[in-house]
Design a protein. Structure first.
Lengths: 200, 475
């Protein structure tokens, strides 16, 4: 995973509310068995419009997306995060995100920034003409017009994003703790620890 | 252990905590992992690349569902019918190879146990009360109907569970959804959950686990509870829960992976201890009057866009928030509807009875009860009934339900996700409407340009008979 410290550039002033993952990447694009190349399917229905924000010269390849409330609701498809990455988006700013999407984004090194609606509205305005900058270390979003908004982020997620850490590797290092739990689990709830009975 | 009163959620969380970090993030042990072909290939690939193995193949069950065509899968001579869509075929083949390669029990495409993951888990007794259950599919919330903490995960988390049998999680907030009173006759669990989503909104449950409480749920069948919990995610909640009770135990007893003998008694004793303690508190609470729930349909492109069948398409200007007004305008344009139009005058061309929300035996019985001795209206171009599993299919056929459907002019299919999500050949053509028992009415969900109206199985059957959205109570 690529470490992420600062994201700076033009931001796509999308602003739409309740953008579901079927909009981010329709189900016909879920048939891949790799993670690459999903940018082609990103926002496919919206990009039928020749004047869409994602393909216009001004915003094509922008690293930042600004959206409305409840971004990424609906299906758990991680393809939504992969599609955004493939479009070049590494930071999404919105008043709120669906739980599953924000987890998927984090696990792929996409920074999700939650800001109040009025600040998001201000950024949507600025983004039409000017770049914005996000600094993860200081947890701030700034504009060329002296706007400076701070955001909250889970300290563990921040640490992983700043250092590009792989969560599976981190957890595998906790093997002893997991084994201890498994022994207790087998002793206390043996029928639950049994599963399908195939050899473990 | 704390002696403070705890919620059902808290008890399951506590029983599965491997360790908790200072920042509150916990490593949570996962008891059951369901794997299907769409969200798993990249996870298995990542394991392979890193040289990692599946920690607990015995706690993992793989079954294909999303891509499978619902037409015959074997010829009369037993040969596999090739799948025309090569990408679908490749994804299915990947699961068929990955499962045995990693030592995981695999239910094959033509096995009688095959079906939609969320139908198969409870049916096999793989999903159990008090368990933590995950799957790379947001409708995993479904299994909460058994009193399990069940939620959807992304592919990186699928990989994490395969490799470590745990997930790193922060505790969710809790939300009580209390329903008072009793549902009127002919009002189904699907109508209730659509109504609840209308009240809570699609983001109302975000960050929360919902627990459904009240006599309605105690009296509800397990199939109905699975339907309700299934759609918790449409209200933004990652999981929904209903406390396990005698109905749950009766449903599970004797199922293939359910505990047996002395284990069964021990399991029941533990399950009985899980219900929320008197005096336990929730972070948020909403109360719904069951008497307010009518047979319910959706008019827009978000599951919160619900209205009673006797109602009309709302005027976008009637919504308080400007963003919701814009969304409603866009929805109505996509759906081809006008404000003020009566819902029960909307003509439909397609009927879909199936999906992880409504494809269990009780759902098929409800639809068949309406369709018995009737035929679909001439304007209904295509009607399809897709059982949730091979076992549901067999049961329905033993009860003669398939004959009722086919006599009514509907097609009787093989189990799978089918027309819920436009990944397999079952799609709704652009511009056409579908009365659908599935869970999402998103733009393009059932195929590009398809217009979805979410309904209960009985309401879908009623729509098939009249050719328009119809109050089943008037048939």
């Amino acid at each position: 995973m690529e470490p992420i410290k600062q994201v700076e550039g033009r931001a796509i002033p999308f602003g739409r509310k309740n953008v579901d993952t079927d909009v981010i990447v329709p189900s016909k694009w879920l048939k891949t068995i790799t993670r690459e190349g999903l940018g082609k399917g990103a926002f496919e229905s919206l990009r039928q419009d020749p004047d869409n924000l994602f393909d216009c010269a001004e915003f094509k390849g922008s690293p930042i997306l600004i959206a409305g409330d409840n971004f990424g609701c609906g299906s758990s498809r991680e393809h939504a995060a992969w599609a955004l990455l493939d479009l070049g988006i590494t930071c999404v700013i919105a008043p709120s995100f669906s739980d599953i999407f924000s987890g998927n984004a984090f696990k792929n090194g996409i920074l999700t920034v939650v800001l109040p609606q009025d600040q998001v509205d201000r950024l949507l305005e600025v983004a039409k003409t000017d770049p914005i900058a996000i600094d993860l270390e200081t947890q701030t979003v700034t504009t060329p017009f002296q706007d400076r908004f701070t955001f909250e982020i889970d300290p563990f997620r921040k640490h992983c994003l700043l250092n590009g850490l792989d969560e599976v590797g981190l957890t595998l290092a906790r093997d002893a703790a997991i084994s201890t739990y498994e022994q207790k689990h087998r002793a206390e709830l043996p029928w639950l620890a049994a599963g399908t009975g195939v050899a473990a | 252990m704390t002696s403070q009163p705890r919620t059902l959620y808290q008890k399951i969380w506590d029983a599965h905590t491997v360790e908790t970090r200072d920042d509150g993030t916990a490593l949570i042990f996962i008891d059951r992992h369901l794997v299907h072909e769409v969200t798993s290939p990249q996870a298995f690939e990542a394991l392979r690349v890193a040289g990692r193995k599946v920690r607990r193949p015995d706690l993992t069950l793989a079954v294909p569902d999303h891509n499978l065509p619902t037409t015959a899968r074997r010829t009369a001579s037993g040969a596999r019918v090739p799948i025309a869509d090569l990408e679908s075929a490749a994804q299915l083949e990947a699961l068929e190879k990955n499962a045995p390669a990693f030592g995981i029990r695999y239910i094959g495409d033509a096995d009688v146990e095959q079906g939609i993951v969320h139908v198969v888990g409870p049916e096999q007794g793989f999903s159990l009360p008090g368990a933590t259950i995950v799957c790379g599919d947001s409708h995993t919330a479904c299994h909460g109907g058994l009193g399990a903490l069940a939620f959807g995960i992304g592919t990186s988390e699928v990989e994490h569970v395969l490799a470590t049998q745990t997930l790193l999680l922060k505790q969710s907030k809790t939300m009580e959804v209390r329903v008072e009173g009793a549902l009127a006759p002919s009002v189904s669990p699907k109508d209730l959950i659509l109504h609840i989503i209308g009240v809570v909104g699609t983001a109302g449950g975000t960050g929360h686990v919902m627990e459904y409480r009240g006599k309605v749920f105690e009296e509800m069948s397990i199939e109905g509870r699975l339907t309700v919990c299934n759609m918790s995610i449409e209200a933004g909640a990652r999981a929904g829960l209903i406390a396990p009770d005698e109905k749950t135990f009766a449903f599970l007893k004797g199922r293939p992976y359910a505990p047996k003998g002395a284990d069964w008694d021990a399991a029941v004793a533990w399950w009985k201890s899980l219900a929320t303690d008197p005096g336990a508190t929730y972070d948020k609470s909403v109360t719904i009057q069951a008497a307010d729930v009518q047979p319910t349909v959706t008019w827009g492109t978000s599951p919160e866009d619900v209205v009673a069948i006797g109602g009309v398409v709302p005027d976008p200007a009637s919504f308080a928030e400007p963003s919701k007004q814009d969304a409603a305008r866009a929805s109505l344009e996509y759906m081809g509807l006008e404000p003020g139009q009566r819902m029960d005058e909307i003509e439909i061309q397609n009927v879909f009875i199936g999906s992880c929300t409504n494809s269990r035996i009780e759902d098929l019985r409800a639809a068949a009860a309406v369709l018995k001795g009737k035929t679909k209206a001439p304007n209904v171009r295509w009607g399809i009934v897709v059982p949730g599993s091979g076992l549901v299919k067999r049961q329905a056929e033993e009860e003669g339900l398939d004959k009722i459907f086919t006599a009514a002019g509907l097609e009787w299919r093989e189990p799978g996700c089918s027309a819920c999500l436009g990944m397999n050949p079952d799609k709704i053509p652009a511009g056409e409407r579908c009365a659908s028992t599935s869970n999402r009415n998103f733009v393009g969900r059932q195929g590009p340009g398809a217009r979805t109206h979410l309904v209960s199985p009985a309401m879908a059957a009623a729509a098939a008979v009249t050719g328009r959205l119809t109050d089943v109570r008037k048939l």
